[in-house]
Write a protein that binds this ligand. Structure first.
Ligand code: SF4
Length: 324
């Protein structure tokens, strides 16, 4: 199936520029993330995430370690955005999400620079382009996509988020994102508070994921088997049942259906500050992951990926070892 990316359809209808203007207005009293700090980022104020007016891109790289349906033969052309609107104690990506000066000063970017990198990804043959932790820079990202689209950019865009996005933001992204790739990190709000400083995360993620599914529906692929549109939900299984993966799977089965694509991840290890949190200071046990797989099967999920529970990757890259 050949499918035109959503942002391109909006560009052709003459609606993309107006949508980006509306997105930028959210920066005047920032309501991009679930936290809704209300700071005026266009006037130099910074909220919880610390993000400002200009985007900060920690890296641009072709990334093979994502789900196979996203990578094709080459890999996703990924833009890793600096900072985050959550503070997970176990963040495997903490050098990017919770950095300190002087690192940050090297990441200052612009819509024009990001547009140039997107065009390079396309030239190299990447089948998709991804934005990792996009929420706090969504207006700037879509400004970059619009600039690139005017110069011939046509790749499906992946919005790879922690799920802590505001409805105001997601409503404006309707028709702009091709593939939503959210996490659903916790079922329990106390755990979300203790380990990520985001007490309202579970209800925000539920609401966000319902909206993402409403916008893009089930995953669709082209004739080469590469994703062009749809939703994939990533579930990282945490030790001691902290992620509540069984409850999250029941929610997805009940509300979205068991044909939803799930990426069930076993790669937890005590990164960053988790070493000082006793219940998180160990790797996931194979039997804990096996229990999550058991629930997945019991609920009849057939689409997605599970990982080999015995692999212990020492990086944040997902290792996708076999499909269901
Ligand atoms: S993106 Fe979220 S955390 Fe950052 S300033 Fe805006 S509302 Fe606050």
């Amino acid at each position: 199936m050949i499918r035109k990316p959503g942002y391109l359809k909006l560009l052709e209808k003459g609606e993309l520029a107006e949508r980006i203007r509306d997105l930028k207005k959210l920066l005047e009293a920032c309501r991009l993330g679930g936290r809704r700090c209300g700071v005026n980022r266009l006037a130099g104020e910074r909220g919880y995430c610390g993000a400002g007016k200009l985007p900060e891109a920690a890296s641009f790289c072709v990334h093979r370690g994502e789900e196979p349906v996203l990578t094709g033969n080459l890999g996703v052309g990924n833009v890793f955005l600096g900072r985050c609107n959550m503070k997970c104690v176990f963040c495997q990506n903490h050098s990017i999400s919770q950095p300190e000066e002087p690192i940050l000063s090297d990441w200052s970017s612009s819509a024009a620079k990001i547009a140039e990198e997107l065009l390079q990804f396309q030239k190299q043959g990447c089948p998709t382009a991804g934005f990792v932790s996009p929420t706090h820079y969504a207006p700037q990202i879509f400004e970059a996509i619009a600039l690139a689209a005017e110069r011939g950019f046509r790749l499906p865009v992946i919005y790879n988020t922690n799920g802590y996005d505001s409805m105001e933001l997601l409503t404006l992204l309707d028709g702009m994102v091709d593939i939503y790739l959210p996490d659903f990190k916790y079922w329990n709000s106390s755990y979300a508070n203790i380990y990520s400083d985001a007490q309202d995360y579970p209800e925000t993620a539920m609401e966000s994921i319902r909206e993402m599914y409403r916008q893009v529906g089930a995953l669709q692929t082209d004739t080469a088997g590469t994703a062009v549109r749809g939703l994939i939900i990533r579930l990282l299984v945490l030790p001691d049942g902290i992620s509540g993966t069984g409850e999250v799977l029941r929610f997805i089965a009940d509300e979205l259906g068991n044909d939803t694509f799930i990426s069930l991840m076993s790669q937890y290890y005590p990164a960053f500050n988790a070493r000082s949190v006793p219940e998180l200071a160990r790797k996931l046990r194979p039997e804990e992951y096996a229990e999550a797989v058991r629930v997945l099967e019991e609920l009849g999920f057939e689409n997605g990926w599970v990982q080999d529970p015995l692999t212990s990757p020492d990086s944040y890259l997902p290792r996708i070892d076999f499909t269901l």
